[in-house]
Unconditional design. Structure first.
Length: 134
């Protein structure tokens, strides 16, 4: 497995890849880049009439896993939710990697404060908990 230095992980940059607007809201894709290249992507859905921001996908390339970058993308989604006035973030955890079972992915989200809610997972956020920066 490729070693990723902590120095390069600290230099990770999240940039907007695209925004697709509709009458119901928008879909946003953000890319996470490190000096070694593209490390992951975050896909979020911002609907006009919803109370929660929806995380559609948190993807981290295999060689960048277990470096904290997935948590960084998830935190970015939570800060975005806060900045947009949402009080919670919801997602439906599913793995697109056959090496990572859905149960392991759910455990990862639970460790980050998400709780099962029917077929999805939710985390309440408090605007006072985040300092929103660009």
């Amino acid at each position: 497995m490729h070693e990723i230095s902590n120095h390069n992980v600290e230099n990770a940059l999240i940039s907007e890849l695209f925004r697709y607007r509709t009458e119901y809201g928008e879909l946003q894709c953000h890319r996470l880049n490190v000096p070694e290249g593209m490390a992951g992507e975050l896909l979020i859905k911002v609907l006009n009439d919803e109370k929660a921001l929806s995380v559609e996908e948190v993807f981290i390339s295999r060689k960048f896993r277990n470096t904290g970058l997935g948590s960084r993308l998830l935190s970015f989604a939570e800060k975005t939710a806060c900045a947009l006035g949402f009080r919670s973030v919801e997602l439906r955890p599913f793995s697109t990697d056959p090496m990572v079972p859905d149960t392991k992915l759910r455990e990862w989200y639970i460790k980050r404060g998400y709780r099962p809610d029917g077929g999805k997972m939710c985390k309440r956020i408090n605007n006072e908990n985040f300092e929103v920066t660009s």
